[in-house]
Design a binder for this molecule. Structure first.
Ligand code: ADP
Ligand code: SF4
Length: 703
């Protein structure tokens, strides 16, 4: 199909200093969890974006020196020749697709603890970032930088820039965002210096200017020099000379970088979850930059709609459409627009499972894109599929995320597929969960898959079909995949975190009961030790129809795990504004005549709350009765011509939606031994001793 001319503007080339981006699609720097220890996986991940049409593809944050050591978070390094080789895998792979490669050089300043390198962290005035997330906390405070430290910082940046050029990068960043070192210089609360680097804004901006200058001196004849800067806090500050301190900073540096990459200041606002924040949320902070500089501006905002992208360009907000999450969820987003297939875009749902992977220190995972980080190690391409390994037809039972993904991938491989769903509509858990406050966007998991399935001739969809063992034996399929999901239980746990059995009492419910439409009597207690979204979203949901909702958790926070997905701060705010009372560090012990008995997690002291309805949001168990019943009829299913019966998704092992999608996808990719093994290729760091190559062109590279 031809491209819609309305979107032509997105495919215009953009000059960035000495280089030219082939189009306006810009995959911005974002952590992928794949550091220099997984260089081939990382190269495969980034190369796939380039293949999918992103004109510029950037690395995540790359430390310029061991004084910037973010461990245990997964950060990349550019300290030595092996690091150069490691990054060159990516630049070669990106260039092979005709795209530019960008590198975000980074110094973490007083926001890192140098847990591995053991160097004192550096900061403008010895003031360190105080993390509220245990994973980020440390006990090492920073050293106030002296003049020699400043000279060193400039030297490290210049050396890293030269290494980056050797590694083949086209765009080289100075990173003054997110609480990292150059950003710390910008804010007087961090920067109390009385020398030329502190005091007035012109002085506070000096280090950024000098970093840009040394980068340009080092490589600016061949590489573009980009500035990435966080403007949220500065935009809220009054300035004597400009509309805000953000305006003043941009005015002072207006044409110094070749490219402005503008963003917000903290991960939960910059990479905001869709549960609370819509597309294009950065605009009110960064909309002014283009009016001040003549250089191109890139910014993000979870853009998935080409019309929104065009609007950003036409209204003069951005020159380049930046994306981290949309480029993870669909690396082929630009190409789909180019080919007039925008309805095929697999839109990011804004769940932030991807960012949780970085917080977990593991390769990026994505709810929408199960192939992410699997490109090299499992050989999974997001758009190309290994051909079916047999003539088998496959029956998938259960049309939730796992069944939908499994059926779609099988069909794309060429199998004949039937997908049966008991309910009148597909979607599984999404049918209810997308009705909860803020979760409508997650419906894209269903909508995209169903839309794709409906267009395939080798798929038959049966909604409203609850299949029994007899039904399955009667249908003529060689392969059966059970994707019947999971159920919530009434199971409780002891203080020692040991399971203590189900709480059987009147007025005790699970989320499944609410999903079935059971009306609760108030007051309601939601007891959450699942710790993700369900408990808090249900509490918020119930507060709209019932008087008196209390959220109780043994954790220290509401939705404790949601710190990983950047949702937690806003979850707390949402419950507060819904009038939901919160009781942390408490366990439910029993129900007792219109009251629930809680025990303090540490002292065991008991406390009673009025409660007519208790909703336990805790353990989930596989809903695998159908699978077990089929197993019990092994001889019959062989006689019926069935070669295999397997489980995927929550019916196999309950998890988040991302786990179910990956599980369904893996079954489909591996059916008939297509992958040959359950294992995957293991990546290893590049070292002088063992230069194992991603691509043999690297062997010819001289450093
Ligand atoms: P997952 O996350 O693993 O995809 P879900 O719970 O979201 O699991 O979806 C499971 C789906 O399976 C539900 O929509 C449920 O209605 C459906 N299902 C369960 N049992 C049967 C059955 N016997 N026949 C057809 N569909 C079933
Ligand atoms: Fe988007 Fe969620 Fe995938 Fe992240 S994990 S890219 S937020 S769909």
């Amino acid at each position: 199909m031809a491209r819609n001319p309305r979107f032509d503007v997105l495919f215009e080339p953009v000059r960035i200093g000495p280089v030219v981006a082939p189009n306006r699609f810009y995959a911005v720097p974002h952590a992928s969890g794949m550091t220099n220890t997984l260089p081939r996986m990382r190269a495969g991940f980034r190369a796939t974006k380039a293949e999918g049409g992103w004109g510029v593809v950037c690395t995540g944050y790359v430390s310029v020196h061991p004084t910037a050591d973010d461990s245990p978070l997964p950060y990349a390094t550019l300290w030595d020749d092996n690091d150069i080789r490691s990054h060159a895998l990516m630049t070669d792979a990106v260039h092979a697709q005709g795209s530019l490669a960008g590198i975000e050089l980074w110094h973490g300043g007083g926001s890192v603890s140098n847990k591995t390198s053991r160097f004192p962290p550096l900061s403008p005035s010895g003031i360190s970032w105080m993390a509220t997330h245990v994973g980020f906390m440390g006990h090492q405070r920073s050293k106030a930088m002296d003049a020699a430290d400043i000279r060193n910082l400039l030297r490290w940046q210049a050396e890293a820039a030269r290494k980056a050029r050797t590694a083949g990068f086209d765009i080289i960043y100075v990173y003054a965002g997110m609480g990292y070192l150059p950003y710390e210089f910008l804010l007087p609360e961090w920067n109390r210096r009385s020398d030329a680097y502190g005091g007035s804004i012109a002085n506070r901006v000096r280090i950024v200017r000098e970093l840009l200058q040394v980068t340009r001196d080092a490589v600016g004849d061949t590489c573009a020099v980009a500035l990435r800067i966080s403007l949220e806090e500065l935009r809220g500050r009054r300035s004597e000379h400009a509309a805000s301190e953000a305006h003043e900073v941009v005015e002072l540096l207006a044409d110094v970088p070749d490219l402005w990459d503008v963003k917000l200041d903290s991960s939960p606002t910059d990479c905001a979850p869709s549960r609370f924040t819509p597309e294009a949320s950065h605009e009110p902070v960064i909309d002014f930059v283009k009016r001040i500089t003549r250089k191109p501006v890139v910014g993000v905002g979870r853009f998935t709609s080409p019309d929104t992208m065009v609007s950003q360009i036409r209204r003069g907000v951005l020159d380049l459409i930046g994306a981290a999450r949309p480029s993870i969820a669909d690396p082929f987003l630009p190409r789909k627009i180019a080919e007039g297939r925008e309805q095929d875009i697999r839109e990011c749902i804004g769940c932030n499972i991807c960012i949780s992977s970085w917080h977990d220190g593991v390769p990026v995972r994505c709810t929408q894109n199960p192939t992410v980080a699997e490109e090299w190690r499992r050989g999974w391409h997001p758009e190309r599929f290994n051909a079916a390994g047999s003539e088998s037809s496959v029956l998938v039972v259960g049309g939730g995320p796992a069944g939908l993904e499994c059926a779609l991938t099988l069909a794309r491989r060429g199998y004949r597929v039937s997908l049966a769903e008991a309910a009148d509509q597909f979607g599984g858990r999404l049918r209810f969960e997308t009705q909860l406050p803020g979760l409508a966007t997650w419906g894209r998991v269903l909508d995209w898959r169903l839309g794709q399935l409906q267009r395939l001739a080798n798929v038959t969809l049966y909604a409203g079909n609850q299949l029994s063992v007899e039904d399955i034996l009667g249908l003529e399929h060689q392969r059966v995949v059970i994707a019947t999901g999971a159920r919530w239980t009434r199971m409780l746990y002891s203080t020692l975190e040991l399971p203590v059995g189900d709480l059987e009492a009147p007025g005790v419910y699970t989320p499944d009961d609410i999903a079935r439409g059971v009306q609760l009597q108030g007051p309601v207690v939601v007891f959450d030790f699942d710790n993700y979204y369900m408990g808090s979203a249900l509490a918020e949901h119930l507060s709209r129809s019932v008087d008196g909702v209390t959220y109780v958790t043994p954790a220290g926070h509401v939705s404790a795990w949601a710190i990983m997905s950047n949702e937690q701060p806003q979850v707390h705010r949402a419950l507060a504004s819904s009038g939901v009372k919160v009781q942390t560090l408490s366990r439910v012990v029993r129900m007792d005549e219109g009251e629930v008995v809680l025990a303090d997690l540490f002292t065991g002291a008991e406390r009673r709350l009025q409660c007519q309805s208790l909703v336990i949001v805790g353990a989930r168990l596989a809903r695998d009765d159908l699978y077990q019943a089929l197993q019990a009829r092994g001889a019959d299913f062989t006689a019926a011509g069935i070669i295999s019966v397997d489980r995927v998704g929550d019916a196999l092992a309950p998890g988040a939606i991302a786990h179910a999608v990956h599980s369904g996808h893996r079954y489909a990719r591996e059916l008939d031994g297509a992958s040959g093994s359950e294992l995957y290729r293991r990546d290893v760091p590049i070292t002088d001793e063992a230069p194992l190559l991603y691509d043999d062109r690297l062997a010819r590279r001289t450093i």
